[in-house]
Design a protein around this ligand. Structure first.
Ligand code: SD4
Length: 291
């Protein structure tokens, strides 16, 4: 069967997923629909781990990471960028307007201005207040499903049956200056192979990178696993290699060419959104730790 357009994304980002789903229904291509979707969260000041309003690093700098991957296999990424809100759109510009896949820091920011992006203050008063409060103890301890729960990874399947995706984040709150997580790393935070499907990640990026999680999931689907089975295996890979797994969250979502989706995480509490045929649902994910 030929699937209709589908959008899925990490966490309960209802509006972002609906925006992507509606764009797909209007015949927008998979990648542009995903970028339209995640822009909702990049611009949402209340979301403290994506875009504007994101928590800063421990020195007070808001630095964003994002990547995109298209159905053609082409991709783009920006890491540790300051003063630009829509970094997923910027990652697409790296893909389409440069000979490179990834631009970092100041180079990425300067490139953004040449592409017409606006300079914006990303640190909100609220985020600044929380950071000042954090400085009192300076204890770096991500809280499962709370402190780090807002990275948006999105996978889209358009009317032509093509799959694309994007992942965008401000990374872990109060990270070290210069720290980059999995989200903008092709293969870790996101991977697409239009013959097979796609996967994206949220949670403790260091652990996703060590196992190249999203690439792993797509390869497992290539070997015949369902999106659900592939996400489970990728989480098992992390849990089996790291005794500390109870202290962090990892969550994956995946979709194959047939439009089947799946998700798995370490700790209960992760959910994802799925838009199909005008219906936008929040789906609770099964978890490795059941209670
Ligand atoms: C990171 N994976 O930078 C991101 C954080 C995240 O929800 O997913 N937060 O490691």
């Amino acid at each position: 069967k030929k699937s209709g357009p589908i959008a899925i994304c990490t966490w309960a980002f209802t509006n972002a997923n609906a925006a992507a789903g509606k764009a797909l229904d209007d015949n927008t291509n998979a990648l542009d629909a995903a970028i339209i979707g995640v822009a909702v969260e990049e611009e949402n000041l209340k979301n403290s781990t994506v875009g504007k309003g994101g928590d800063p690093d421990r020195e007070g700098n808001v630095t964003l990471d994002a990547c995109v991957m298209d159905y053609t296999g082409d991709c783009g990424a920006v890491v540790c960028v300051e003063n630009i809100t829509n970094v997923a759109a910027l990652a697409k510009k790296v893909m389409t307007e440069t000979p490179h896949v990834m631009l970092a820091g100041q180079g990425a920011e300067e490139f953004a201005y040449t592409q017409g992006f606006r300079k914006e203050e990303l640190l909100t008063e609220e985020a600044k207040k929380n950071w000042k409060e954090w400085l009192k103890t300076s204890e770096y301890k991500p809280i499962i499903n709370i402190e780090n729960h807002d990275t948006i990874g999105m996978l889209t399947l358009d009317v032509h049956g093509n799959i694309a995706g994007t992942c965008t984040t401000s990374g872990l709150s109060y990270k070290m200056k210069g720290r980059v997580g999995d989200s903008p790393i092709i293969g870790s935070g996101l991977f697409i192979d239009n013959e097979i499907g796609g996967a994206t990640a949220t949670g403790m990026g260091e652990e996703v990178m060590k196992t190249v999680g999203s690439f792993l999931i797509v390869e497992l689907m290539r070997q015949g696993k369902s999106p659900q089975e592939a996400c489970e295996e990728a989480v098992h890979r992390i849990v089996s290699k790291n005794e500390n797994y109870k202290n962090f969250q990892i969550a994956y979502i995946a979709m194959n060419k047939a439009g089947e989706t799946g998700s798995y995480c370490i700790h209960k509490g992760f959910t994802y959104m799925k838009y199909e045929n005008g219906k936008n649902e929040n789906i609770p994910s099964p978890s490795y730790i059941k209670e």
